[in-house]
Structure formats: C-alpha cells, structure tokens
Design a protein around this ligand. Structure first.
Ligand code: MN
Ligand code: MN
Length: 469
C-alpha cells in the first residue's frame, strides 16, 4: 500500500515546477520508432555535410514527397506542397493550409551551414616538398580541435568558362582524405606557452594534400605540379580556377551511435542539421492538410552571423512570404505580422565535466526533452529578440497539449559568453519567434553529441507546431 502523502508534499506536487528526468521514458513502441527515426537522421548527416549538400538532399526528398518548385504566377490551394531553393544553399518548404493565409503561417527555421575550414581563394602551395591548401576557418571553432583529424573536401569550382564542377572527396572509405598536422608533444614546450586560443593559429590550419613530385624532370614546385596535374586530370581545372571556387573541408567522419546503450549520436554538423532534419521531415511526413500554412526554412550563413543573400538577414524569406501572400491576394506584411516561428536551433546541453559555465536551474540537459530558449544574446541580452511571454505561453500550452517533453534553456551563465541564432532576424520581420531545439554536447566540435530521444522529441514538437491552428 502506498504511503499517504503529507499535506506539504501534496502542495509541492501541485505548485512546484518539476524539471524532467531522463526517465521520461518512451513506451517500448515509441522508443523503437525514435531509434528507427534516428537511423535515417544519421544517413541525412552523412549525405549532407555542407549547406549545398544538405539543401540538395532536402530538395530531393521533398520532390519525392510531392513538393513542387514555387511559381508565384500560379494559383495554390490547401494541401499544395511547394519549395523554393535559394542559390543551392538555402531551402524553403511550404504546405498550404486550409485557413486564409492572412491568418499567418507557422514557420520553423533551422540552419544547414556548420563550422568548418574553407579553402582560401589561392590555396595551393608547396613547402619542403609537401603540398598544402591554405584555409580560413568558417564559424566559431576551437582551432586546436582540427589538426590530426581526417578531413574531406566538398564544394564547387566554377571554371573561367562558367562551367561548374562538384567536389566531394574523402567521404568514401576508398577515397584519400586530408589532414592538418600538429606538433609532436616532444617539441611542444613553446607551443604550450601560447594562450590556448592560439595553440593552433588560423594560419597554421594548413591542409596536407600530397607529397609526391612530378616525375618527368627536375623542376621547382614539382609536388605542387604533380597535384595540379592530378586535379587537371580529375576535374579539368587549372590553378586559377580556385579563385572562383567554394571548397570546404569538414571532418571525414560518419555519424555513429554513442554509448553501450546506443542512446546518443555522435556526428559532425549536428548544429544545426539536427533541427533542420527534424523540422523538414516533420513537414514531409505530415498527414492531411494543416490549418495554417506550414513553412520550413533551412538557411545558410548562420554560423557567420546570417549576413549574405543566403543567410536570414537577407530578404529571401520576406520575399517568399510576400510572393506567396500575393498568390492569395494578400499583402506579405499582413501575413508576416500574424505569423509564428520556432527558430529551430541547438542549445548547449549540461556537461557534468564542465559544470561551471551553465546555471543549473536554467540550462538544458541531455535526454530531458527539447529546449525552449526565450532569449539568447550576451551582456544584458544584447542581440536577442527575447520572445514575449504571450508567445512563450502559446508554446507552453501547445507542447503541453501534445505531450512534448520540453525544458527551458540558457546559453551559459550571465556574462560568461553567449551567442545568437536566426531568431532575431525573423522576429525583426514582426513575426512572433522563439528558439526551440535539441541540446548538444561538444557544440561546434568536429564530432558533436545529441541524444536520440531529444532528436525524436524535436520531430514531434515540430509536427505539432505545423498542425497548430
Ligand atoms: Mn546553430
Ligand atoms: Mn552554431
């Protein structure tokens, strides 16, 4: 027989906020679904290691699910599925809802770019008969994490005649890969005296790409010549073509299960492809026609501050919504002003090895559900859109009604750092916006960690949001 609760216990149960424990166990059937869902998530991660590849993979899957390229001269009706591709690097997907579009649309917005090493425009050189690429890192990386790690090369080269070639080398086990070398510990005494941010400097992130000289005759730069010759044979490019290339080096690692219990996923680029994947698959899998038009934005350039025409400081989302509004005889500003957005981005999960950087009452934990972050920014909330209580209340109620396990989050203790997402740029369009995403360990590292149940919960949360009236 259960012990009778004391009056104070009864009152505590009624009044206190109990943070979730990892024992928000899914039913056996749901756990099976969650694990299966994450298998395809890993495939998506492996197939889309850059914004271009993730955009292409998304479009391919969207087309297979019946989405058609948006044409603003066409008439659309409830249930129609459309997509827009911005310069092969950002995608917007939408399913037209039953309600008049003037009621507003439900938007999720995630980013598909991740920190990496970009090649400089004149990257190729030879030093002491070793061949290298010069790089300029993209996004916020801890530079010391990138040497001594197998790297692959992805991107496009546009030749002088305008023809374009796609590069993807180092992912297949049979491909060669590349590496940034590090100093041996035996000779690192001076290196260890550097401030840790300069343990490896940006100009030391040089990628080793070969060492064999061109054989025909003695000449200077024979290794570089041999490498250029290989690149010419393979891609029909000359050195000058690098000037108009976008080549990105990323970890040549596959997404893997982590732990004896396989409860976690380790992979490169989960910030923010974990939210991109969950947001767009929730839209693709949606049964029936949503009440409001459902929109999923997968953007580029978040990691460098969202500037540029494929980032969300660009007008492309605004133009898309305006064009869509006009298809229904509405003005874009009316639609945007009535719209809601879940800015789908990751937040830091609590790491017991580094407990001092997060404030335990307000940070996110692994396996405790998706994290709703009311504000981001730094130094007195600078740079945040800070969702209003009414919209947080809307999300609180929506998730409650749909059995979504969620927690609140904050990116670090006050004045200890901070960061931002695309939320502010969407909120600036007069759209109610809040950050919702998956907690991550080792964020921005070459191999980031998420929990499968949180990934699945994000999928369920976005599914519920698209259907919301
Ligand atoms: Mn992010
Ligand atoms: Mn990030």
């Amino acid at each position: 027989m259960a012990e009778k609760k004391t009056k104070s216990q009864e009152l505590k149960d009624k009044l206190f906020y109990k943070q979730q424990h990892s024992t928000y166990v899914l039913t056996a059937a749901e756990q099976k679904k969650a694990d299966k869902y994450c298998e395809d998530y890993k495939t998506f991660l492996d197939n889309g290691k850059t914004e271009r590849e993730a955009a292409a993979e998304t479009v391919q899957r969207a087309e297979a699910a019946g989405f058609e390229l948006f044409d603003k001269s066409k008439k659309y009706k409830a249930g129609d599925k459309i997509y827009y591709l911005n310069r092969k690097k950002a995608v917007i997907l939408a399913v037209i809802g039953k309600q008049p579009i003037a009621n507003g649309v439900n938007i999720t917005a995630a980013h598909i770019d991740s920190p990496r090493l970009d090649l400089k425009q004149n990257p190729l050189y030879e030093a002491e008969e070793l061949g290298y690429f010069k790089t300029h890192y993209y996004g916020g990386i801890k530079k010391y994490q990138w040497p001594a790690l197998p790297l692959s090369l992805h991107g496009v080269i546009v030749r002088a005649d305008g023809t374009e070639i796609t590069v993807n080398i180092g992912e297949d086990d049979k491909d060669p890969c590349f590496v940034v070398t590090d100093l041996l510990p035996h000779l690192a005494d001076e290196q260890y005296k550097r401030p840790v941010g300069k343990l490896i400097t940006g100009e030391e992130l040089n990628i080793l790409i070969g060492s064999r000289p061109f054989k025909d005759d003695e000449c200077s730069d024979a290794v570089k010549l041999n490498l250029m010759n290989i690149l010419f044979e393979k891609y029909k490019i000359v050195e000058k073509d690098f000037l108009s290339a976008e080549l990105e080096c990323v970890p040549a690692l596959k997404a893997r299960d982590i732990g004896f219990d396989r409860s976690l996923i380790g992979a490169y680029g989960q910030d923010d492809r974990v939210c991109a994947y969950t947001a767009f698959t929730a839209l693709l899998d949606m049964k029936g026609v949503p009440a409001r038009t459902a929109v999923c934005v997968l953007t580029d350039k978040e990691e460098t501050g969202s500037d540029g025409n494929t980032g969300l400081r660009s007008a492309y989302l605004k133009y898309f919504i305006s064009d869509l509004a006009e298809c229904f005889g509405c003005s874009g500003r009316d639609v945007m002003s009535a719209s809601r957005c879940l800015s789908a981005d990751v937040n830091a999960g609590f790491d017991p090895t580094f407990p001092d950087v997060l404030e335990k009452r307000n940070c996110a934990y692994m396996n405790k559900g998706i994290v709703v972050t009311k504000f981001t920014g730094a130094r007195g909330k600078s740079g945040t859109s800070d969702a209003n209580a009414e919209f947080v209340g809307y999300v609180h109620s929506l998730f409650g009604k749909n059995g979504i396990v969620w927690q609140t989050g904050e990116l670090g203790k006050v004045d200890l750092g901070g960061g931002g997402t695309v939320a502010a740029y969407i909120a600036n369009l007069n759209i109610d916006t809040i950050d919702v995403g998956v907690p991550v360990l080792s964020m921005h590292a070459p191999f980031e960690v998420t929990a499968k149940n949180d990934v699945y919960m994000a999928y369920k949360a976005f599914s519920a949001f698209y259907k919301a009236e």
